[in-house]
Design a protein around this ligand. Structure first.
Ligand code: ZN
Length: 375
């Protein structure tokens, strides 16, 4: 155990509690044993936390463009073989920590997460928004290790081994807060952390079961698992309609396009319409995390697109231009992104209606759209 991660067990406490003094009185011996069992979950958590630092280093070492993070020296071939499929399917080109940090920055820009501050220590204060623990808010590396270790330690704490008394009542970790939310959906307080937990699942650090255990009822609206766009009412989250046929995901040169065909009822009858969600992201990376749309991409000079329109949501109704819309205020969240799975949601707050001239669309807003694709 090292002192590098004060969020884990301290070296001083380990030394004190695990030393054995033969002449110790029975009373003191009992006190020592009680003390030992109390640190048991702390030790388990620390070992797992440190193991996730190693796993992060491994992923970074074999990411194609990780620069100085890449340091494959010393990793045996079986470790390389284990890491490769996860690097490939998540497309973390510049490394896991770099992508994780980018994710947090996007959330932070909309106050959905805090920024990293090197002075954060301890574990008994409420974690800032977006982090599993206050110590996780120290750096991307600690954030990864804290989020992953708590997600997997949680079931151990809840099923105490006989004779062992986990005493972590003074520890603050965000799974507890997430489990307190019982209404489904992804509330703003947990958007960042929920997405981070999904990223940990996607990269093979935690299981689906660990994710669900920690997140409780927080999840994307249930769309019966069918691939497609699913429109939900914003207020009560009931499913309004789904477009599951002619649903496709395709890679364009500099963007990721999710689209679906389906008839839309307009005044002149049912008209074929296509819904498109396009997210600009460098080839071959995958869209992941949070994108805030500030204008319809049609109206933005390409050079400014990454700032105000990094994504586009539009619905084009054939032969009925006035029913076609393009979002100019929207939030897009991609919770899961691998070559086998793309999942997320978009909240369309305001949209242009393509009459001549275009006018802001008010009716039916905001709209919540869940998109899900599993190979
Ligand atoms: Zn650490």
């Amino acid at each position: 155990m090292t002192n590098r991660c004060p969020g884990g067990a301290s070296e001083a406490r380990l030394t004190l509690d695990l030393s054995d003094i033969p002449s110790m009185s029975e009373e003191r011996n009992a006190a020592r044993k009680a003390s030992m069992v109390k640190i048991w979950p702390e030790v388990v958590h620390s070992i797992i936390h440190e193991a996730y630092h190693s796993a992060t280093h491994l992923i970074d070492s074999f990411s194609p463009d990780a620069g100085e993070l890449a340091d494959g020296h010393g990793w045996p071939s079986d470790a390389r073989s284990a890491a490769r499929p996860y690097v490939e399917k998540t497309r973390v080109q510049g490394g896991f920590r770099t992508e994780w940090s980018r994710l947090n920055e996007e959330f932070e820009a909309d106050d959905l997460s805090g920024d990293y501050e090197s002075g954060r220590v301890g574990r008994e204060q409420q974690p800032p928004r977006g982090f599993m623990t206050i110590y996780g808010g120290k750096s991307p590396g600690e954030d990864i290790a804290e989020a992953a270790s708590w997600a997997v330690v949680l079931p151990i704490l809840e099923q105490p081994v006989e004779g062992v008394i986990p005493d972590v009542s003074d520890w603050k970790y965000a799974c507890t807060d997430m489990q307190g939310h019982t209404e489904g959906g992804i509330p703003p307080n947990f958007v960042a952390l929920y997405t981070k937990l999904n990223f940990l699942r996607d990269i093979g650090f935690i299981t689906d079961q660990a994710l669900e255990k920690c997140a409780g009822s927080i999840r994307l609206e249930d769309a019966d698992g069918a691939n497609g766009f699913h429109y939900f009412s914003y207020s009560d989250r009931t499913l309004l309609t789904s477009y599951t046929t002619d649903f496709s995901i395709q890679r364009e040169a500099d963007a990721f396009l999710i689209s679906a065909w389906g008839n839309l009822n307009v005044q002149s009858g049912a008209k074929p319409a296509v819904t498109q969600l396009k997210i600009w992201v460098e080839d071959p990376a995958l869209p992941r995390g949070y994108y805030s749309i500030g204008q319809c991409n049609d109206f933005v000079p390409r050079v400014a697109a990454s700032l105000v329109a990094p994504a586009m949501f539009r619905r084009d109704v054939m032969d009925t231009r006035a029913q076609s819309i393009c979002a100019y205020e929207a939030r897009v969240l991609v919770t899961s992104a691998t070559t086998d799975r793309i999942e997320g949601s978009a909240i369309i707050i305001k949209a242009w209606k393509f009459s001549a001239p275009p006018v802001p669309e008010v009716a039916g807003m905001p709209v919540r759209v869940v998109f899900t694709y599993k190979r």
